[in-house]
Ligand binder design. Sequence first.
Ligand SMILES: Cc1ncc(COP(=O)(O)O)c(C=O)c1O
Length: 420
Amino acid sequence: MKSEKSRQLYREAIDLMPGGVSSPVRAFKPHPIYVAKAKGSRIYDVDGNEFIDYCMAFGALILGHANEEVKEEIKKKIEEGWIYGTPIELEVEYAKLIRKHFPSMEMLRFVNTGSEATMSALRVARGFTGKEKIVKIEGSFHGSHEAVLVKAGSGATTFGIPNSAGVPTDFVKNTLQVPYNDTETLSEVLEKNKDVSAVIMEPVMANASLITPKEDYLKEVRKITNENDVLLIFDEIITGFRLAMGGAQEFYGVKADITTLGKIAGGGFPIGIYGGRREIMELVAPSGNVYQAGTFSGNPISLLAGYATVKILEREKVVEKTSKKAEELFKALKDQGVESAQISSMFCVYFGEIPRNYSEALRLNKDAFMRFFWRLLEKGIYFPPSQFEVCFMSHAHSKEDVAKTIDAIIDAYDKSRNER
Ligand SMILES: Cc1ncc(COP(=O)(O)O)c(C=O)c1O
């Protein structure tokens, strides 16, 4: 595998940007690959290498790269200008489409990123309840704002900084933590703390490797939050339009009070969405006194790419098809003794035992994973560069891609596991 150009770019980048990157989890040693273009299931780097991609922009893409139909829609729209600072018709259409799939989002607001969506969701939860504390699940990731940078997953865990410096203690003293898949602790914490406004969680954890809920765990969480008069926020920024069209709420039959969406909902362009019960969302300005605003919120291109993507997902039954492909891959890996898990189009290969919560995930062998990651790269396969991220199957992955991937994983897994 040639890598001279990527190496050279990284050498310059680390002098210019912290860690050489625009977001931490893109950095890996000795250097990341610099991607020049992408199409379908493939990314192509500046050194001329081609990879089958399972990172899919950390789950932002489900149709694969540069989907033709989405591209044509964007091209047409660009001719009409790309930001107006006014409401647009598509905003109304897209809000209706979102609510069709997420009926619990009776009203919603478009923002620019997932981080902004969870930050705003927490603000409106606090505004609505008048209570200041929140409960977060250990190892979940909800973006990089103060309240949630405690035992945070994703890059924060990969780089060993789950509790970020620069976050005043006062800002996080109201963030309580409970382990995933543990309803007893959640009950105790809520009974002891009567000033909790909301529990925020990734219904399926996808930022501390892949951790799925025990049977009825989410239903129990719903029951406990109801009993304690605490709002339930499902961060479906990864699971929305992926686990099912209606996310984990449809998949598990559990309704959240507030939901956050992002990633797929922007069709690969920046987006965040938060929404929930009408009486809660009506508190957001200008109809209420919880302030939240953004110059780029609901920008036409993100809305259009997201809307076009969701329409294709509906028409082509993408969730079912991608899930089936991922399941085939998972079964083949399981037959060969590769520790792995899959749910819908998400899957993960573990170096260690399959975890049920964050503290178990921390026992996974990160170094073995990185050896595995590089072996896969050499074989033309790009995984997200951390044991704590998950892989995404897209609509564009072919049967041949999947077959090649299975062979590569089986070969690389044992070698990486056994090496010191
Ligand atoms: C579950 C979850 N919530 C929130 C975020 C933050 O989204 P963004 O990176 O768009 O700010 C992420 C990002 O990976 C995520 O996985």
